[in-house]
Design a protein around this ligand. Structure first.
Ligand code: URA
Length: 425
């Protein structure tokens, strides 16, 4: 087998054979295929696509590049959720303890933020003492004793994807549906969950900007999961505007705790409850009532135990950025658009995100929203508050907020998008 013939096959719009796929993934993981050769192949896949059989084989080869976890020893059924990433997407934080409070075991192997979307681990690391890195034994122990664990995926899980994802990130080849689907599903299948709910984000703040691409990605991932024996369902959800009223690490933890305390913004509560209901149904748990488990404090109890089991202090004061800058509404009227991508970029520039994977993040940095599409605003009222420890970043962040909102005449009829746009099973 030689790599040039594999690249040529895809360059010329051919179908990769199972042997070619197994070989190229294994040889790339071992370092025999060079980054520049894999870049060429990834670009050929982005341009010419892969069929369902090729995607399934590519996913299987990435799973086979590392270890597979096993949760058979647990007494509860496992349920996991994966989001394709968005701005203000803190849903994993209230969702994992909520689903655990309703009877499932929730192993959430999560990532860090890169670019304008935040990472769950960065958010939780703003809680003093909390540790993302657990051994497999520690992870199983936290899962067994509290019902939920949110931690970093170990290096042994789908190492081919770790290498390939880092390469795609710097070669303009992230946005290929076969590569996104196989990347996400290889990690989820290797993780060993029994059921999986996918939150496929659609809109300016997401990878998928339009609903047709999001449907294709969702169908591809649901097919991969189902074919591997993982009960998989996808919700397509709105990411035209940020979720909730915060984007930034500690800001989002604070909002998640409000949701667990029975309050919080309606879109965050609605999506958390909708995803919890799907996860519980996929895990075969009937008669659970996630809305009640949020209201009666049982989800909060699991959250406190889960945070403490990973060294965190659930009662600690969360970090607050040293400096704030308020952006006001330029006119009076109905807010009809508040762009998720621009807000994500502003939060990132303020220090909430990183440009390279080794960069530190500021726990307190980010953007707080004072209005959402559909709200009436008055000229001069606060629209956004920017938070950072490094005030010299305000100007840079403000440059990303020049065309971020539309305000229509007072009294304009406007119905915001529903949070759940479609369901694919
Ligand atoms: N998340 C992943 O894990 N992989 C992708 O390719 C895109 C998003």
């Amino acid at each position: 087998m030689d790599v040039i013939s594999v690249i040529r096959t895809k360059r010329d719009k051919g179908e990769l054979s199972p042997e070619q796929i197994d070989w190229v993934i294994d040889a790339y993981t071992r370092g025999e295929v060079a980054d520049e050769q894999m870049s060429a192949l990834a670009m050929a896949i982005l341009l010419n696509g892969m069929n369902r059989a090729e995607i399934a084989r590519w996913t299987a080869a990435m799973i086979a590049s590392g270890e597979r976890m096993n949760f058979d020893s647990l007494s509860r059924p496992t349920a996991d959720k994966h989001s394709t990433g968005g701005v203000g997407d803190k849903i994993t934080l209230p969702l994992a303890p909520l689903v655990a409070a309703c009877g499932a075991a929730v192993p959430q192997l999560s990532g860090r933020g890169l670019g304008h979307t935040g990472g769950t681990l960065d958010k939780l690391e703003s809680i003093p003492g909390w540790r993302a890195l657990l051994s497999n034994e520690e992870m199983l122990h936290v899962l067994d004793t509290t019902g939920a664990v949110i931690c970093a995926a170990g290096d042994g899980l789908a190492p081919a994807d770790k290498k390939l994802y880092a390469l795609r990130d710097v070669t303009g080849t992230v946005e290929a549906i076969p590569l996104i689907a196989s990347s996400i599903m290889s990690k989820k299948i290797a993780e060993g969950t029994g059921s999986l709910v996918l939150d496929v984000k659609v809109g300016t703040g997401a990878f998928m900007k339009n609903i047709e691409d999001a449907r294709e990605l969702a169908r591809t991932m649901v097919g991969l999961g189902t074919d591997s024996g993982v009960k998989t369902v996808a919700l397509l959800t709105d990411m035209a505007t940020p979720l909730g009223l915060t984007a930034g690490n500690a800001l989002e933890v604070r909002e998640s705790v409000e949701v667990l305390a029975g309050g919080g913004p309606k879109d965050v509560v609605d999506l958390t409850v909708a995803l919890a209901a799907e996860m519980l149904a996929a895990a075969g748990i009937k008669d659970a009532d996630p809305a009640k488990a949020l209201a009666d404090g049982s989800a909060m109890d699991v959250w406190r135990r889960m945070i403490a089991a990973q060294g965190g202090d659930p009662d600690a004061t969360l970090p607050v950025a040293r400096e704030q800058h308020v952006v006001t509404a330029p006119s009076t009227g109905v807010l009809t658009r508040l762009d998720a991508y621009d807000i994500g970029i502003a939060a990132w520039r303020l220090g909430a995100g990183r440009a390279r994977k080794e960069d530190p993040v500021q726990a307190g940095a980010g953007v707080e929203l004072h209005a959402k599409p559909g709200d009436t605003v008055t000229a001069g009222q606060p629209l956004l508050t920017l938070h950072t420890d490094t005030p010299e970043k305000f100007d840079y962040a403000l440059k990303s907020l020049t065309a971020t909102w539309d305000i229509a005449a007072p009294g304009t009829e406007f119905t915001p998008n529903p949070i759940v746009l479609d369901r694919i099973a």
